[in-house]
Design a protein around this ligand. Structure first.
Ligand code: HPA
Ligand code: ZN
Length: 334
């Protein structure tokens, strides 16, 4: 089963590029950019990654991003992640970035996007990995800051397929960003939002109704509302679930208690993703393996996660067909 998982073609839909900053690269960039970090070694950084909820993670995660200054830093960060994709047989990835984490520190939007897109283009050409880019608004910041960020993104619209919403969910409901999402939709961006991770099932309903989302990021707390689950099934509304993230941030105490398999068997379009792999202990293969080791699951169900992700991705119908054929072929031969 482990080798079936490792070689299965996969598509990632929930990945924060800032969350791929491995402690070794953090140290290298801190040195290169002359930035003080409150750790003596990469191992000491890893030991600090003990989280008890979302906020305890976010505090460390935003601090880590301080070492990212130059275009080359964003390139190095993104390229390192794409090499992990190659190792894990990820054939397509849709990447979040948080512009406000950088513009608030005086880094230009242009610097961030130039570094990331240079790596993405190279991965397409040299590794055969396709990608899309999604810009997230930080929900702990105000609506005005989100509007400013949207206007900064307009000159780079051809590089950005959609907008998303991340950071602290509780206390910052979808409603707060209804107008800026409407404006983004008017400009032709697609939309997604983190909802039902730490926040209630109502946030999932509101993200769908108020923010016009075509996917929900996390969404695991939908189980608290059986009618909502039925609606997610009926509308094939995808959930980008992140199993290792959910256990590290105590959304579920153990992987055995995780509801992803139950949701899959109810017919929800659930997918497996890594969220912030440098902080949560693993990339795509590790997330698939963690689920498969904690639950009785068939190869067909594992392949269904890939097929769901392809269906939920922001690529052309033709590209989807090609990828689904790859997965079906793999399943038939393994
Ligand atoms: N939830 C909210 N904000 C985030 C996350 C997450 O899982 N990862 C990075 N920012
Ligand atoms: Zn996330």
């Amino acid at each position: 089963m482990d080798s079936f998982i490792k070689n299965l073609p996969k598509v990632e839909l929930h990945l924060h590029i800032e969350g791929t900053l491995e402690p070794e690269l953090m140290f290298e960039l801190a040195k290169r950019n002359n930035i003080d970090i409150p750790f003596d070694s990469p191992d000491q950084v890893r030991q600090a990654y003990q989280f008890h909820n979302l906020q305890s993670f976010l505090d460390i995660y935003y601090q880590g991003a301080n070492v990212l200054i130059h275009e080359q830093d964003f390139y190095d960060l993104t390229w390192a992640y794409l090499l992990k994709c190659q190792q894990d047989n990820v054939i397509h990835t849709e990447i979040f970035f948080d512009p406000q984490t950088h513009t608030e520190r005086g880094i230009e939007f242009e610097t961030v996007i130039a570094g990331i897109t240079r790596a993405l283009k190279q991965a397409d050409q040299e590794l055969g990995i396709s990608s899309q880019l999604i810009m997230c608004f930080l929900r702990h910041l105000d609506e005005e800051s989100a509007f400013t960020t949207l206007s900064k993104a307009l000159p780079y619209k051809k590089h950005i397929i959609g907008v998303g919403l991340d950071s602290s969910e509780v206390g910052h409901p979808p409603e707060k960003f209804q107008r800026v999402f409407q404006e983004a939709l008017n400009h032709g961006f697609l939309s997604v939002a983190h909802a039902g991770e730490e926040g209630s099932a109502q946030n999932i309903r509101d993200a769908i109704e108020m923010l016009g989302v075509t996917r929900i990021d996390h969404g695991v707390r939908c189980s608290e509302d059986p009618e909502l689950v039925a609606e997610l099934v009926a509308h094939r509304m995808p959930l980008t679930v992140c199993p290792l993230s959910n256990t590290k941030l105590k959304v579920f105490e153990t992987m055995q208690q995780h509801n992803i398999i139950e949701l899959l068997r109810k017919g929800v379009c659930v997918t497996i993703n890594s969220d912030d792999p440098a902080y949560f202990g693993g990339y795509m293969n590790d997330n698939f393996l963690a689920v498969a080791h904690a639950h009785e699951i068939t190869k067909q169900e594992l392949a269904q996660f890939s097929i769901n992700a392809i269906e939920a991705s922001f690529i052309s119908p033709h590209a989807k067909e090609d990828m689904i054929t790859q997965v079906r072929h793999y399943l038939a031969n393994h």
